[in-house]
Design a protein around this ligand. Structure first.
Ligand code: C2E
Ligand code: MG
Ligand code: MG
Ligand code: MG
Length: 291
């Protein structure tokens, strides 16, 4: 089993450490230019069905291809984009590229849901919902193929502002996911007001939960709540076979993490899928997955 899965650790996706100089500051002007010229691109990380291992969707994660600094991870430019009023343009750029990619995959018979991360700063804008709805129509995609991820902490901090936009997105038929669930101190009363369709459990309750009782308790109660509220449950940060087994035994619907695949450029997905399907055949042979 370990051999079959170990290939996942070498899944495509480039190391930031080689290319990135964390000490070099990036300027707002550079970021603005990068958004305009298309240098901010989505990488895609697979979300798989925990029962069958089959891919169900991808999460789009922003990457900045910087001409001299190489690849810059989102932690370094998303906060800057938020501060500088660039997050709207950035999100539309990521959304446009992600929807175009989903439409291209659809044409090849690969129907994947695409999850896009939303910053709370967007949620007070009245133009966001019409703009993304137009994009959806242009790519002839059904709304239920797109899921917007909002972190639990940002929803709690901006509930009044977020509510209208989130409700409108849901009315259009988009999916809505609570990201990093378990870290945001939301109350049931707050969560119940938002028409979520998915609950994504933060990786701090996923990786290592098999050996820590209190993490397991939180994990199980989150899964229990998801099932009672009819939300699709997703575990992020599945890094080891022990993580995978625990989540599978706990009845989590979807899984995402480095064990399965790292975020990768769209072009690498077909090759990854081939290897993945080979691995799944081996796992079924070893009775680690249902046939
Ligand atoms: P997130 O939405 O919670 O995304 C998951 C992060 O965990 C990603 O980091 C992903 O690469 C990483 N990850 C996935 N599997 C594993 C695993 O098994 N172990 C570990 N340790 N990490 C794993 P990334 O790509 O660096 O993104 C960081 C955060 O930046 C995201 O967290 C999201 O909040 C934000 N972000 C990324 N792209 C966008 C975007 O287009 N717009 C906005 N507003 N935020 C974004
Ligand atoms: Mg996310
Ligand atoms: Mg997350
Ligand atoms: Mg996160």
């Amino acid at each position: 089993l370990r051999t079959a899965f170990s290939r996942y650790d070498r899944a495509p996706g480039k190391s930031f450490a080689q290319t990135m100089d964390v000490l070099t500051p990036v300027s707002p002007a550079e970021l603005e230019q990068a958004i305009k010229s298309g240098d901010i691109v989505p990488y895609f990380q697979p979300k798989v069905d925990m029962r069958t291992g089959m891919i169900k969707g991808v999460e789009a994660l922003a990457r900045w291809h910087h001409p001299s600094l190489g690849m810059i991870p989102p932690d370094r430019f998303i906060p800057l984009a938020e501060q500088e009023g660039l997050i709207y343009a950035l999100t539309l750029a990521i959304t446009e590229k992600s929807l175009a990619q989903a439409a291209a995959w659809n044409k090849r018979g690969l129907r994947l849901s695409v999850a896009i991360n939303l910053s709370p700063r967007l949620l007070d804008s009245t133009s966001f919902v019409p703009e993304v709805s137009d994009m959806l129509d242009q790519h002839a995609l059904p709304a239920d193929q797109v899921v917007w991820e909002i972190t639990e902490s940002s929803v709690v901090a901006n509930l009044g502002m977020a509510l209208g936009t989130l409700a409108r997105l849901r009315l259009k038929g988009f999916g809505l996911s609570i990201d990093d669930y378990g870290t945001g101190f939301s109350s049931m009363q707050q969560l119940a007001r938002i028409p979520f369709t998915e609950l994504k459990i933060d990786r701090s309750f996923v990786h290592g939960a098999h050996e820590r009782h209190h993490l397991r308790v939180i994990l199980q109660s989150a899964l229990d709540m998801a099932s009672r509220l009819d939300l699709v449950s997703v575990a992020e940060g599945i890094e080891t076979l022990d993580d995978w087994r625990l989540l599978q035994d706990s009845g989590c619907a979807l899984g995402q993490g480095f064990l399965i695949a790292k975020p990768m450029p769209a072009e690498e997905l077909p090759q990854w899928l081939k290897g993945h399907h080979r691995n799944l055949r081996e796992l079924r042979g070893a009775h680690a997955l249902p046939r």
